[in-house]
Structure formats: structure tokens, C-alpha cells
Design a protein around this ligand. Structure first.
Ligand SMILES: *Cc1c(COP(=O)(O)O)cnc(C)c1O
Length: 449
């Protein structure tokens, strides 16, 4: 199985053909999950002592398992935050997989790390971060947020007065669930700052909460640039001001919305992000990279190295070198060059194409809002800041929303799951796929009439 035989050659052709056909489908079939029992029936016992051969294994995947996975890049997949990789990024993922690159250290993966850092630099420049800024690509926003917060805490405790151990994070109800998860992992306490009437975190309310609890007990403030449920961008400038006043680490979670930095029509919403100590963006969300890919960027990467570098005699050869080791900036040691498909697509397409694609999704989201406003049976819950639109179907119960969503999937029309806000079930569109059209929006809204 490590030799390249005639069988391998045949399999390579099959695999490349399969991948090429999948990338060419337009649209891709939406597909749908099966139950464990159903999958047992059609794919149970696949692993045998003697093996089935690559062609049979590929057939099993293509015929039985792939159709039981939703196509996240389907133009009417508007649930959660979809993922719509560019053809170039998706294709290059094959190359990364074939290349056995260890991208944890410069020594082992210099070329890949150099390229990943170029892609990080593009994002850092969009945010207006200084020359020394940097970080790495991690699995996702959850690990990105956790890693940044671990750095924030280590830094705060290093700088705190004798006997003071900051243990709190200030965030809001709109913060992503991964912030609460990070707090559990770190045994930290999340203090909720009330939001304003636009559902944003603001410096004014933050200041009150910090003073009420004692600013010295906080090691980080988390602002969200594009909340997952509503796409809300917090008032970053006023938050930055208060963080500076109290000397508290300012982290911006832009896992979904950070991509909007590349869109001139909404760039002003992010004013203040340039003052963050750390921020994240998931290219696998609105920057068209395949799973899994989160850009984690620090203003002062040296602080992250102190918090995250693993030490052991067998690692001395890496740690004693002055070069950039991506593994030093996050939780985790071994890492694939997960930023490379994104880098490749940036090089191939140019950044203007990214700006155009993001602006296009914004235009479709604005169209969706106008359509909802125009139709008498639906109403907008809150104006869309970015490309998430939450709206109400007048007269529907929770069961109605779920029945509608189930039927859309059963009919292979779309995948749009309901959300909820303050106990009310609501409809939600998250539009990050440039292939989602105004017509798709019409079809989905028609289905609610
Ligand atoms: C998706 C998301 C996360 C978590 O990112 P993963 O890549 O799913 O781990 C964190 N914050 C926000 C705002 C998100 O939208």
C-alpha cells in the first residue's frame, strides 16, 4: 500500500475524476443525512482484514456515504454559516493532502509557512494591524478564540500586581458559544455586558460592567465583528477605547464577519478593529476556503509564544531557532498547512475577486431584506448588518417553522433551519455563497407564503 502500482495508477485516475466531477457540479445535489441504522445497512462492515481495494472503497464513498452528507456549498444551503470554497482552493486541498507537509515549524515546512504568512498578512493589512503582527491558521474559530484568550490571560497575569489573578472575560449575549466554551476550558468566568438597542456591545456599557466587577479581575474583552445569529458588528471603536483605558486585552471574534473587512461598502462598520490585541477570521466561512481554516492574528505575537510554546528536549531544535513556528501561537502542536488552499486561491484569483464576491453576497442579502419587507406575510426582526437576515413568518408556530424547514430538505429545495431569539422561533438566512442568487431567495420566500 506504499508502492505505486498499476492499481494505484487506476485509482488515482478515478479519484481525480471524482474530485473534478464534484467541483464541476452546478448546482451540487443538496443530499441529506441518513440514520445510523440506514448507514449500517448500506455501508456497515466496510473495514475488513483483507481490504476491498481502492476502487471499491471509492465506490462505497461515492455511492453510499457522500449522498448522506449535506453539500454545504449548495446555493440554497443558508443554515448556520455555510462554506463555499473557490474551485482553486478546493482543488489545491488535494495537493496539500498529497504533499506530506508538516506546517508546525519553519524547519520542516518553511515554504508552506511562508505562504500561509502572506495570506495572514493580507488579512492583517485589511484590519490595519502593524508590521509585527502575525499568528497562524488553526482549525476554527473555537480554537482561535481559545488560543487568543489563553494568551490574553497569560499576559494579564504576567502584568498583574502581586497576588492579583484576573479570571474574567467581558462579552455579550450575542457572543459565540465558543467563548463560553473557552471559559469552561479555562475555568474563567464570562460576565455578560448588556447590549444597546442595536444589539451591540458598546464602550459605555462595558465601562459600567468593568467598574461594577472591578477592572483588575478581567483579563479580556471579547467583541464580535459579525455575530453568528444576526451578523451584528459591535461598536469596536468605543470598546477599544475602554480596553485601552483599563489596560485590558481586546479580542475581536470575526470568525464569520471578519471577511467584511475586504468589502468597501461595509468597511466603516469595523472601525476600531485596528486597535485589537488579537482577532480571528474563519476563511472557511466567508472567505471561500475549504474546511477547516481559521486565521488567528496577534498584535504582539511574542506574547502568544510565551503562552503557547511547548517545551521538551526533543523540541529544542525547533524552539532554539529564531524562525516563525506557527505551532507557537495556538493550542496544539502538529498542524497541516490548512492555510495553503486559501493562499493558493488568493494568488490565483487576486484580492479584487474576493472583494467582488463578498460584495455580491452583501447585495443578495440586501435584496433578501427588501423582499422580506415587501411581502406581507414576513417581517424583518433586525436590519442586516452583513449577510445574515433574521425574519419572522407572521402567524407561524415553532412547529410550522420546523415543518417548513423539514419539507425544504425532503424536497431537496434547500437547507434552511430555524433559529430563535428571546424564546421566539424565527427564520434565518446566512448568505456567504456567491452562487446564491436573488432567484434562490425568491424560491425560499415563496415556499413560506
Ligand atoms: C463560527 C463562529 C465561531 C466558531 O468557529 P468554528 O470555526 O466553528 O470553530 C466563533 N465565533 C463566531 C462569531 C462564529 O460565527
Amino acid at each position: 500500500m506504499h508502492e505505486y502500482t498499476d492499481q494505484t495508477r487506476a485509482l488515482a485516475a478515478d479519484i481525480l475524476r471524482y474530485a473534478e466531477e464534484r467541483l464541476r457540479m452546478d448546482p451540487v445535489p443538496l443530499d441529506a443525512p441518513l440514520t445510523k441504522d440506514q448507514l449500517d445497512e448500506i455501508a456497515g462492515g466496510a473495514i475488513t482484514p483483507r481490504g476491498r481495494g481502492g476502487v471499491a472503497a471509492l465506490d462505497l464513498f461515492a455511492e453510499k456515504l457522500a449522498p448522506a452528507c449535506l453539500s454545504i456549498d449548495h446555493p440554497r444551503y443558508l443554515s448556520f454559516i455555510p462554506c463555499a470554497p473557490t474551485r482553486e482552493a478546493a482543488m489545491f486541498d488535494l495537493v496539500v493532502g498529497a504533499s506530506s507537509i508538516y506546517a508546525g515549524s519553519w524547519l520542516e515546512g518553511a515554504g508552506a509557512v511562508y505562504a500561509e504568512n502572506q495570506a495572514l498578512r493580507w488579512i492583517a493589512d485589511l484590519a490595519g494591524f502593524p508590521e509585527q503582527a502575525g499568528g497562524s491558521f488553526v482549525q476554527g474559530g473555537t480554537i482561535g478564540n481559545l488560543s487568543a484568550l489563553v494568551t490574553a490571560r497569560a499576559t494579564a497575569r504576567e502584568q498583574a500586581a502581586e497576588g492579583v489573578r484576573p479570571y474574567r472575560i467581558a462579552a455579550t449575549v450575542g457572543s459565540h458559544s465558543s467563548i463560553a466554551t473557552a471559559c469552561r476550558v479555562m475555568d474563567a468566568e464570562q460576565v455578560q455586558v448588556p447590549v444597546n438597542d442595536r444589539m451591540q456591545l458598546t464602550g459605555e456599557r462595558l465601562r459600567e460592567v468593568l467598574l461594577e466587577h472591578g477592572p483588575e479581575t478581567f483579563f479580556a474583552v471579547v467583541a464580535t465583528a459579525g455575530s453568528t445569529n444576526f451578523g451584528i458588528v459591535d461598536d469596536l471603536a468605543s470598546v477599544a477605547e475602554v480596553c485601552a483605558e483599563f489596560g485590558i486585552w481586546f479580542h475581536v471574534d470575526g470568525a464569520y464577519g471578519g471577511a467584511g473587512l475586504a468589502a468597501p461598502s461595509i468597511r466603516a462598520k469595523y472601525a476600531g478593529i485596528e486597535r485589537a490585541d488579537s482577532f480571528i477570521v474563519d476563511p472557511h466561512k466567508w472567505l471561500f476556503a475549504p474546511f477547516d481554516c481559521c486565521a488567528l492574528i496577534y498584535r504582539e505575537p511574542a506574547l502568544a509564544r510565551v503562552a503557547h510554546t511547548q517545551h521538551a528536549t526533543y523540541l529544542d531544535v525547533l524552539n532554539d531557532a529564531p524562525e516563525w513556528n506557527p505551532t507557537d501561537y495556538s493550542v496544539g502542536l502538529t498542524r497541516r498547512a490548512r492555510g495553503l488552499p486559501f493562499w493558493f486561491s488568493l494568488v490565483a484569483n487576486g484580492t479584487d475577486a474576493y472583494t467582488a464576491a463578498i460584495e455580491h453576497t452583501l447585495a443578495v442579502a440586501r435584496f433578501a431584506q427588501r423582499e422580506v419587507e415587501r411581502r406581507p406575510y414576513v417581517e424583518v426582526v433586525r436590519d442586516a448588518d452583513l449577510t445574515v437576515l433574521v425574519f419572522r413568518r407572521l402567524g407561524w408556530s415553532t412547529e410550522d417553522y420546523y415543518a417548513w424547514s423539514d419539507k425544504l430538505l425532503a424536497d431537496q429545495v434547500g437547507f434552511v433551519v430555524p433559529t430563535s431569539h428571546e424564546g421566539e422561533t424565527l427564520a434565518r438566512f446566512a448568505i456567504v455563497n456567491p452562487k446564491t442568487t436573488e432567484d434562490d431567495i425568491r424560491v425560499l420566500l415563496d415556499s413560506m407564503a
